[in-house]
Design a protein around this ligand. Structure first.
Ligand code: PXP
Length: 241
Protein backbone atom coordinates (compact mmCIF):
# COMPACT_ATOMS: atom_id res chain seq x y z
CA UNK A 1 0.00 0.00 0.00
CA UNK A 2 1.14 3.53 -0.72
CA UNK A 3 0.95 5.70 2.40
CA UNK A 4 -0.67 9.12 2.35
CA UNK A 5 0.43 12.20 4.28
CA UNK A 6 -1.75 15.28 4.08
CA UNK A 7 -0.17 18.71 4.19
CA UNK A 8 -2.35 21.11 6.18
CA UNK A 9 -0.30 24.28 5.68
CA UNK A 10 -3.01 25.93 3.64
CA UNK A 11 -5.57 25.64 6.42
CA UNK A 12 -3.19 27.98 8.25
CA UNK A 13 -2.83 30.19 5.14
CA UNK A 14 -6.58 30.78 5.23
CA UNK A 15 -6.60 31.36 8.98
CA UNK A 16 -3.71 33.81 8.73
CA UNK A 17 -5.55 35.82 6.07
CA UNK A 18 -7.69 37.13 8.95
CA UNK A 19 -4.99 36.85 11.60
CA UNK A 20 -7.33 35.03 13.95
CA UNK A 21 -8.23 31.42 14.77
CA UNK A 22 -10.45 30.05 12.02
CA UNK A 23 -9.99 27.67 10.25
CA UNK A 24 -7.93 25.87 12.86
CA UNK A 25 -5.13 23.53 11.66
CA UNK A 26 -5.59 21.48 14.86
CA UNK A 27 -9.17 20.70 13.83
CA UNK A 28 -7.92 19.74 10.37
CA UNK A 29 -5.34 17.40 11.91
CA UNK A 30 -8.11 15.74 13.94
CA UNK A 31 -10.06 15.09 10.73
CA UNK A 32 -6.92 13.58 9.18
CA UNK A 33 -6.80 11.21 12.12
CA UNK A 34 -10.48 10.30 11.60
CA UNK A 35 -9.70 9.56 7.93
CA UNK A 36 -6.84 7.29 9.04
CA UNK A 37 -4.24 9.02 6.90
CA UNK A 38 -0.71 7.91 7.66
CA UNK A 39 0.74 11.25 8.68
CA UNK A 40 0.19 14.97 8.92
CA UNK A 41 2.70 17.05 6.99
CA UNK A 42 3.50 20.64 7.92
CA UNK A 43 6.04 23.00 6.41
CA UNK A 44 7.30 25.41 9.04
CA UNK A 45 8.63 28.16 6.77
CA UNK A 46 11.31 30.54 7.94
CA UNK A 47 8.89 33.45 7.46
CA UNK A 48 6.06 31.50 9.21
CA UNK A 49 3.68 32.46 6.42
CA UNK A 50 1.34 29.53 7.09
CA UNK A 51 1.92 26.96 9.86
CA UNK A 52 3.44 28.50 12.98
CA UNK A 53 5.54 27.09 15.81
CA UNK A 54 2.54 26.97 18.12
CA UNK A 55 0.58 24.87 15.57
CA UNK A 56 3.17 22.14 15.24
CA UNK A 57 3.68 21.74 19.00
CA UNK A 58 -0.07 21.81 19.69
CA UNK A 59 -0.77 19.19 17.02
CA UNK A 60 2.04 17.02 18.36
CA UNK A 61 0.52 17.29 21.81
CA UNK A 62 -3.15 16.80 20.91
CA UNK A 63 -3.31 14.53 17.87
CA UNK A 64 -2.06 10.98 17.82
CA UNK A 65 -0.76 11.06 14.25
CA UNK A 66 2.83 10.83 12.99
CA UNK A 67 4.16 14.24 11.96
CA UNK A 68 6.24 14.85 8.86
CA UNK A 69 7.88 18.25 9.32
CA UNK A 70 9.21 20.04 6.25
CA UNK A 71 11.92 22.59 6.94
CA UNK A 72 14.61 24.59 5.20
CA UNK A 73 18.10 23.19 5.81
CA UNK A 74 19.12 25.74 8.42
CA UNK A 75 20.33 25.46 11.99
CA UNK A 76 17.36 27.37 13.41
CA UNK A 77 14.80 25.10 11.77
CA UNK A 78 16.75 21.94 12.56
CA UNK A 79 16.85 22.81 16.27
CA UNK A 80 13.07 23.30 16.26
CA UNK A 81 12.65 19.94 14.51
CA UNK A 82 14.76 18.16 17.12
CA UNK A 83 12.67 19.77 19.89
CA UNK A 84 9.42 18.72 18.23
CA UNK A 85 10.65 15.16 17.71
CA UNK A 86 8.33 14.28 14.78
CA UNK A 87 8.26 10.94 12.96
CA UNK A 88 10.18 12.49 10.08
CA UNK A 89 11.80 15.64 8.83
CA UNK A 90 12.13 16.57 5.19
CA UNK A 91 14.66 19.18 4.13
CA UNK A 92 13.23 21.35 1.38
CA UNK A 93 14.76 24.32 -0.44
CA UNK A 94 13.25 27.64 0.55
CA UNK A 95 13.29 31.02 -1.10
CA UNK A 96 11.58 33.96 0.59
CA UNK A 97 9.67 35.23 -2.44
CA UNK A 98 8.52 31.92 -3.95
CA UNK A 99 4.81 31.10 -3.85
CA UNK A 100 5.52 27.45 -3.16
CA UNK A 101 8.52 25.08 -3.12
CA UNK A 102 9.65 25.52 -6.70
CA UNK A 103 12.11 22.68 -7.12
CA UNK A 104 14.06 20.03 -5.32
CA UNK A 105 16.96 20.62 -2.99
CA UNK A 106 20.36 20.80 -4.67
CA UNK A 107 21.97 18.27 -2.36
CA UNK A 108 25.11 18.08 -4.48
CA UNK A 109 25.91 21.76 -3.86
CA UNK A 110 24.88 21.63 -0.20
CA UNK A 111 26.72 18.56 1.00
CA UNK A 112 28.64 20.24 3.84
CA UNK A 113 25.64 22.07 5.20
CA UNK A 114 23.36 19.02 5.11
CA UNK A 115 26.02 16.82 6.65
CA UNK A 116 26.40 19.32 9.50
CA UNK A 117 22.64 19.42 10.10
CA UNK A 118 22.30 15.63 9.99
CA UNK A 119 24.49 15.47 13.09
CA UNK A 120 21.68 17.08 15.09
CA UNK A 121 19.56 13.98 14.47
CA UNK A 122 22.18 11.39 15.28
CA UNK A 123 20.76 10.68 18.78
CA UNK A 124 17.12 10.65 17.71
CA UNK A 125 14.80 8.24 15.91
CA UNK A 126 13.63 10.97 13.51
CA UNK A 127 13.69 9.78 9.91
CA UNK A 128 15.44 12.43 7.80
CA UNK A 129 14.57 12.93 4.16
CA UNK A 130 15.45 15.40 1.42
CA UNK A 131 13.08 16.72 -1.23
CA UNK A 132 14.84 16.33 -4.58
CA UNK A 133 14.21 16.36 -8.30
CA UNK A 134 14.11 12.88 -9.86
CA UNK A 135 17.79 13.04 -10.74
CA UNK A 136 20.44 10.32 -10.39
CA UNK A 137 23.20 12.72 -9.28
CA UNK A 138 21.06 14.02 -6.44
CA UNK A 139 20.27 10.46 -5.37
CA UNK A 140 23.98 9.58 -5.40
CA UNK A 141 24.73 12.61 -3.22
CA UNK A 142 22.12 11.52 -0.68
CA UNK A 143 23.65 8.06 -0.65
CA UNK A 144 27.06 9.58 0.12
CA UNK A 145 25.51 11.49 3.02
CA UNK A 146 23.88 8.35 4.40
CA UNK A 147 20.36 9.76 4.06
CA UNK A 148 17.93 6.84 3.71
CA UNK A 149 14.69 8.54 2.70
CA UNK A 150 13.99 10.88 -0.19
CA UNK A 151 10.96 12.61 -1.58
CA UNK A 152 10.70 13.24 -5.30
CA UNK A 153 9.37 16.63 -6.36
CA UNK A 154 6.52 15.85 -8.73
CA UNK A 155 5.89 19.51 -9.62
CA UNK A 156 7.34 19.38 -13.16
CA UNK A 157 5.22 16.31 -13.89
CA UNK A 158 2.10 17.93 -12.43
CA UNK A 159 2.65 21.17 -14.34
CA UNK A 160 3.22 19.48 -17.72
CA UNK A 161 1.25 21.22 -20.42
CA UNK A 162 1.29 18.46 -23.06
CA UNK A 163 0.87 14.68 -23.00
CA UNK A 164 4.39 14.28 -24.41
CA UNK A 165 6.03 16.35 -21.65
CA UNK A 166 3.89 14.65 -19.02
CA UNK A 167 5.08 11.21 -20.17
CA UNK A 168 8.70 12.35 -20.24
CA UNK A 169 8.45 13.72 -16.68
CA UNK A 170 6.69 10.58 -15.51
CA UNK A 171 9.46 8.41 -16.99
CA UNK A 172 12.07 10.44 -15.12
CA UNK A 173 10.24 9.82 -11.84
CA UNK A 174 9.84 6.10 -12.58
CA UNK A 175 13.52 5.65 -13.50
CA UNK A 176 14.71 7.65 -10.50
CA UNK A 177 12.41 5.68 -8.17
CA UNK A 178 13.76 2.37 -9.50
CA UNK A 179 17.33 3.57 -9.14
CA UNK A 180 16.77 4.88 -5.61
CA UNK A 181 14.93 1.73 -4.57
CA UNK A 182 17.80 -0.44 -5.81
CA UNK A 183 20.15 1.66 -3.69
CA UNK A 184 17.95 0.95 -0.67
CA UNK A 185 16.18 4.31 -0.37
CA UNK A 186 12.72 4.72 1.07
CA UNK A 187 11.03 6.76 -1.70
CA UNK A 188 8.28 9.32 -1.19
CA UNK A 189 6.80 11.81 -3.67
CA UNK A 190 4.69 14.92 -3.72
CA UNK A 191 3.84 18.36 -5.01
CA UNK A 192 1.03 19.44 -7.30
CA UNK A 193 -0.78 16.11 -7.08
CA UNK A 194 -4.53 16.04 -7.63
CA UNK A 195 -7.33 13.57 -8.49
CA UNK A 196 -6.32 13.56 -12.17
CA UNK A 197 -2.57 13.15 -11.97
CA UNK A 198 -2.07 11.09 -8.80
CA UNK A 199 -2.91 7.72 -10.39
CA UNK A 200 0.30 7.53 -12.49
CA UNK A 201 2.47 8.35 -9.49
CA UNK A 202 0.63 6.01 -7.12
CA UNK A 203 1.20 3.19 -9.63
CA UNK A 204 4.98 3.42 -9.14
CA UNK A 205 5.49 0.59 -6.68
CA UNK A 206 8.85 1.90 -5.44
CA UNK A 207 7.12 5.02 -4.08
CA UNK A 208 5.94 4.22 -0.59
CA UNK A 209 4.38 7.52 0.50
CA UNK A 210 2.71 10.52 -1.11
CA UNK A 211 2.39 13.95 0.49
CA UNK A 212 -0.48 16.03 -0.82
CA UNK A 213 -1.63 19.43 0.34
CA UNK A 214 -2.85 22.33 -1.73
CA UNK A 215 -5.32 20.43 -3.92
CA UNK A 216 -6.93 18.62 -0.98
CA UNK A 217 -7.37 21.79 1.07
CA UNK A 218 -8.73 23.64 -1.97
CA UNK A 219 -11.08 20.80 -2.84
CA UNK A 220 -12.36 20.66 0.71
CA UNK A 221 -14.04 24.05 0.17
CA UNK A 222 -16.40 22.23 -2.20
CA UNK A 223 -16.62 18.74 -0.71
CA UNK A 224 -15.39 19.02 2.86
CA UNK A 225 -11.99 17.90 4.13
CA UNK A 226 -13.07 14.37 5.01
CA UNK A 227 -14.64 13.64 1.61
CA UNK A 228 -11.67 15.13 -0.26
CA UNK A 229 -9.22 12.97 1.66
CA UNK A 230 -11.29 9.79 1.35
CA UNK A 231 -11.63 10.27 -2.42
CA UNK A 232 -7.86 10.75 -2.76
CA UNK A 233 -7.24 7.63 -0.66
CA UNK A 234 -9.55 5.64 -2.92
CA UNK A 235 -7.77 6.77 -6.12
CA UNK A 236 -4.39 5.85 -4.63
CA UNK A 237 -5.70 2.48 -3.46
CA UNK A 238 -7.11 1.68 -6.90
CA UNK A 239 -3.84 2.65 -8.60
CA UNK A 240 -1.95 0.29 -6.33
CA UNK A 241 -4.12 -2.77 -7.02
N1 PXP B 1 6.01 17.54 -0.33
C1 PXP B 1 6.84 18.57 -0.09
C2 PXP B 1 8.24 18.28 0.34
C3 PXP B 1 6.40 19.91 -0.22
O1 PXP B 1 7.23 20.94 0.03
C4 PXP B 1 5.05 20.14 -0.57
C5 PXP B 1 4.53 21.55 -0.68
O2 PXP B 1 4.73 22.25 0.48
C6 PXP B 1 4.21 19.03 -0.79
C7 PXP B 1 4.73 17.74 -0.68
C8 PXP B 1 2.76 19.18 -1.10
O3 PXP B 1 2.58 19.85 -2.31
P1 PXP B 1 1.13 20.34 -2.71
O4 PXP B 1 0.70 21.33 -1.69
O5 PXP B 1 1.32 20.93 -4.07
O6 PXP B 1 0.25 19.11 -2.73
Amino acid sequence: MCKLGINIDHVATLRNARGQFHPDPLRAAMILKECKVDSVTMHLREDRRHIKDNDIFLIKDKVDLPINLEIAPTEEMTKIAVRLNPRSVCFVPEKRMEITTEGGLDVKSNMQNIERLLNYFSNSKIEVACFIEPNFNQIDSLKTLGVKTLEFHTGSYADSRTEKILNEKLSLIKEAAQYADELGFNCHAGHGLNYNNVHNIAMIKEIKELNIGHFIIGESIFSGLKNSILKMKEIIKTARK
